[in-house]
Design a protein around this ligand. Structure first.
Ligand code: NAD
Length: 502
């Protein structure tokens, strides 16, 4: 697939899809294999309801095998003791292979979880390769430290890999979320076990073959597809997993902390949910741009984004005008067939998630919010799972549609009159992942940005970010940070070594 040019029409993508061979096996100790007990589960596409194939449903015995292989590889040193520049070389090759196989990976992502092919190809694939490449390039440039010691002692501060890392990831950006974990885990010399979501296992399974082709030794990188309550739990409770890194819901994140406490106190790093406020003041420099970004903040990736701008706080004096602009902008986000390159809003990942979104739309109406845009399931005849981007006006922050994470394209508009009120509403949430402020007033921008309790704050735009800056949450949006050099903190232990000179 890597030799042919990228399709430009839905028919061409469909023909490629028809030729795809789906790998559904786990990848343990350098080889693909079915689950020990032979159990599988069907992988069904939300695009049209078609079954893509069977996937290994891993359990404790598979986790055991992967952990033994990962530990052996770690202790053997073929990766953990490799010079950082050598690990860099292999990981750069891994990134190159991801790019070379970009069409296939994008197609797998779209068929598996429903996102538009245009986004899978131009966002997910390049961002995955970039995460691995950026991290690889950094790894031989991170130095240890010397402590400010007395003249008769030397205190050396060095970083060492933690050992066996289990990474449990969600389905909304399956490859990117995996790359944010496995890139720094592998770059720092750990062995890694990736558990993709049961709703989107296909790209993770494919990445294993590319990692092998790149030269990552057997046991160093393993992939265990399966369910959270089976193989996910087995990894989280295991006494020989040193570090658990997670992206997913706040409820599961909480459970993982309990598992760590019940087992070996493994390090637990959590990227969890969000209910991010997008605050628009009347003096925003360009209301049309603000409205376009408010629309994409809730409709991109079908709203299945942890940083979705799901609470739109608008200064009362412009509220009705601004809502009109947002609803206009949302016309560009009508759901369509995910393999059509013109589609911007794809399918919802599965029936349970679609039901959840529809239920919240009903809840919003029963709470007294005013439905001003969308609200319907559409394209049902396609066999796929589609819902219109939806806007509620007249929302109060305590309402469930404003306080609970829906993880779908449902926007709650809340009015405010002063900056203090906007800050209070914005911070009145168990979450603290991201926030945005739109204003032409420099002092308002800084004051509000400083007061917001969120891991990322955007001023006069929404959802900026790059590998160069850390990403993560305050409060119940999690702990620790992905991306940037700060991510290495999760995957390394700091060691102080003292040398007496006399
Ligand atoms: P989820 O919490 O249901 O599942 C995430 C992963 O955890 C899956 O692989 C699942 O199988 C596994 N899991 C579930 N129960 C488990 C258990 N008991 N033990 C071990 N593993 C278990 O989340 P999801 O529905 O896949 O993803 C959506 C959530 O992810 C949203 O809350 C979203 O905000 C969050 N998310 C956060 C970020 C971030 O960076 N903060 C990014 C993307 C998604």
């Amino acid at each position: 697939m890597s030799q042919t040019s990228t399709p430009t029409t839905r028919d061409q993508w469909q023909r490629r899809a028809d030729q795809l061979v789906f790998e559904g096996r786990a990848y343990i100790n350098g080889a693909y294999q079915w689950a020990v007990d032979g159990e599988t589960f069907p992988c069904v596409s939300p695009v049209d309801g078609r079954k893509l194939g069977q996937v290994a449903s891993c359990h404790d015995a598979d986790a055991e095998q992967a952990i033994i292989a990962a530990r052996k590889a770690f202790e053997g040193g073929m990766w953990s003791r490799l010079a950082p520049a050598e690990r860099k070389r292999v990981l750069l090759r891994f990134a190159d292979l991801i790019e070379a196989n970009g069409d296939e990976l994008a197609l797998l992502e779209t068929l598996d979880m429903g996102k538009p092919i245009a986004h899978a190809r131009t966002v997910d694939v390049p961002a995955t390769a970039r995460a691995i490449r950026w991290t690889a390039e950094a790894i031989d440039k991170v130095y240890g430290e010397l402590a400010t010691t007395p003249h008769d002692q030397i205190g050396m501060i060095s970083r060492e890999p933690v050992g066996v890392v289990a990474a449990i990831v969600p389905w909304n950006f399956p490859m990117i979320m995996a790359a944010w974990k496995i890139a720094p885990a592998l770059a720092t010399g750990n062995s890694a076990i990736l558990k993709p979501s049961e709703k989107s296992p296909l790209t993770a399974i494919r990445l294993a073959a590319l990692a092998e082709e790149a030269g990552i030794p057997p046991g160093v990188f393993n992939v265990l597809p399966g369910f959270g309550h089976t193989v996910g739990k087995a990894l989280a409770l295991h006494m020989d997993v040193d570090c658990l890194v997670f992206t997913g819901s706040t409820n599961v994140a909480r459970q993982l902390m309990i598992y760590a406490g019940q087992s070996n106190m493994k390090r637990v790093w959590l990227e969890a949910g969000g209910k991010s406020p997008n605050i628009v003041f009347a003096d925003a420099p360009d209301l049309k741009k603000a409205a376009a970004e408010a629309a994409s903040a809730i409709a991109f990736n079908q709203g299945e984004v942890c940083t979705a701008g799901s609470r739109l706080l608008v200064e009362e004096s412009i509220r009705s005008e601004f809502i009109g602009l947002v609803c206009d902008a949302l016309k560009a986000w009508r759901p369509g067939h995910p393999l059509d390159p013109a589609t911007t809003c794809g399918a919802i990942v599965d029936q349970a998630q679609l039901d959840r979104i529809i239920e919240y739309i009903t809840i919003g109406q029963s709470e007294g919010a005013r439905l001003v845009h969308g609200g319907q399931r559409v394209l049902e005849e396609s066999g796929g799972l589609f819902v219109e981007p939806t806007v509620f006006d007249g929302v109060l922050n305590p309402m469930r549609i404003a306080s609970e994470e829906i993880f779908g394209p449902v926007l709650s508009v809340i009015g405010f009159s002063t900056a203090e009120e906007a800050i209070a509403i914005a911070n009145d949430s168990i979450y603290g992942l991201a926030a945005a402020v739109w204003t032409a007033n420099l002092s308002t921008a800084h004051k509000v940005a400083k007061a917001l309790r969120a891991g990322s704050v955007w001023i006069n735009h929404y959802d900026g970010g790059d590998m160069t800056a850390p990403f993560g949450g305050f409060k119940q949006s999690g702990n620790g940070r992905d991306k940037s050099l700060h991510a290495f903190d999760k995957y390394t232990e700091l060691k102080a070594t003292w040398i007496a000179l006399d």
